[in-house]
Design a protein around this ligand. Structure first.
Ligand code: URA
Length: 434
């Protein structure tokens, strides 16, 4: 088999066989197929697309390019959740302890933030001493005893994706549904959970700018996961404005703790209830969505979910007292209130740009090597649809110094539009694909 023939076949709209896809993923992972040929192939996929059969074969080949984690010793109720990435997305910090308190087992591998989006691992490192570096044996032990564990992604998990993603990033081939499906689902399938629930974001802060594209991505990921024998559902949700009110690592941890303490942050809490209901029903822990929702709400009211978070932080080397006393989390030296520049409704907020304000404050990375400041970010005081009078608080900037706060204020004000009429808000949950 020759790589040039496979490029030619895809370039002219042909359908590759499973053997051909195994050959190109095996060859590329082993370093036998050069980047220039793989780049040409990726561009051909971007223009020609892939059939569902090809997408499944590509995903399976990438998943099997490294270790397949075996969670079978944890029983039937293992679950994983993945978000396609957004601004202010601290869902895992709320959802995982809720599901664990309801009898589920969340054994998750998560990433760090890059660009305008944050990463769960960075957020968790706000707990003094917290570590996501552990042996496979310890990972399984924490999952078994606590009900949830969050580790960094090991180098042996879907190594084909690591190489391919780096290449896509520099060849303008990220934005292809079969390539995104295979990238995300190869890692999720290799991570081993029986039930996988996906949060596919749509809007200005998301990968998928339109709802149609988000639905197509959700459908394709659910189909691939099903064919691999997993219980699957995808929830399509709004990312036209940040999720919740906090953007920035320790600020987001505080907000997650507040939700677990019973504070109603409407979009964040609803998202956790919807994702959690899908997990509990699909993994056989609840007979229907009403019962699942009730159990999840009870996990908050009883304090069980908050205690689960503390147990997990302790098991992973962190200081659990910070769960009950968030003043122990990193705090920024400077706080500056940003005020509404006029009377009116907030008609839009550029979610991606608000993520960039937090990144420029030091809360995110431009390159993988950057060090981040966990304490900084933006705490929104109002969201789209709110009516404000000139001078009312719009947001609070948490910064390392006055100069950074001043720059952030200017950037942040440019993220908003105001109007005299109340905007029409689309529903936050756009649909469930299963
Ligand atoms: N996230 C991934 O892991 N891969 C993609 O291709 C896009 C988003």
């Amino acid at each position: 088999m020759l790589m040039v023939d496979l490029i030619e076949k895809k370039k002219t709209g042909g359908e590759l066989t499973k053997e051909e896809i195994d050959f190109l993923i095996g060859g590329y992972t082993a370093g036998e197929i050069p980047d220039y040929q793989m780049s040409a192939f990726l561009m051909a996929v971007l223009f020609r697309g892939m059939t569902p059969g090809e997408t499944t074969a590509l995903t399976m080949a990438m998943a099997h390019s490294g270790d397949m984690v075996d969670l079978s010793s944890l029983g039937e109720h293992t679950a994983d959740k993945h978000s396609t990435g957004g601004v202010g997305d601290k869902t895992s910090l709320v959802l995982c302890p809720m599901v664990a308190a309801c009898g589920g087992t969340m054994a998750k591998m998560s990433g760090r933030g890059l660009g305008h989006t944050g990463g769960t691992i960075d957020k968790l490192e706000s707990f003094p001493g917290f570590s996501t570096d552990m042996s496979p044996e310890r990972f399984l032990e924490i999952a078994r005893t606590v009900g949830f564990v969050i580790a960094g992604q090991s180098a042996d998990l879907a190594p084909a994706d690591k190489k391919l993603y780096a290449l896509r990033d520099v060849t303008a081939t990220v934005n292809s549904i079969p390539l995104i499906v295979s990238s995300i689902m190869s890692k999720k399938l290799a991570s081993g959970a029986r039930t996988i629930v996906l949060d596919v974001k749509t809007g200005s802060g998301a990968f998928m700018k339109t709802e149609d594209d988000a639905r197509a991505l959700a459908r394709a990921m659910v189909d691939v996961g099903r064919q691999a024998g997993r219980n699957m559902a995808a929830v399509v949700t709004d990312m036209d404005q940040p999720l919740g009110f906090a953007v920035g690592n320790a600020l987001e941890v505080r907000e997650a703790i507040a939700v677990l303490q019973g504070v109603d942050v409407p979009d964040l809490r609803e998202l956790c209830l919807v994702l959690g209901s899908q997990i509990l029903t699909r993994s056989g822990l609840a007979p229907n969505e009403d019962a699942a929702r009730e159990a999840l709400l009870r996990s908050i009211e009883s304090g069980a979910a908050l205690r689960k978070l503390a147990e997990m932080v302790k098991a992973q080397g962190g200081d659990p007292s910070a769960v009950f006393d968030p003043t122990l989390l990193p705090a920024a030296a400077v706080r500056r209130t940003v005020r509404a520049p006029r009377d009116g409704y907030i008609t839009s907020m550029a979610a991606r740009d608000i993520g960039l304000v937090s990144m420029h404050l030091g809360g995110g990375r431009a390159t993988k090597e950057d060090k981040i400041d966990l304490s900084v970010g933006v705490l929104l005081a109002a969201k789209v649809g709110a009516y404000l009078r000139k001078g009312d608080p719009l947001a609070e900037i948490h910064a390392a110094d006055e100069a950074a706060a001043e720059r952030a204020e200017e950037e942040l004000l440019a993220c908003y539009t105001f109007g005299d009429a109340a905007p029409q808000l689309p529903p936050f949950i756009r649909g469930i694909v299963c």
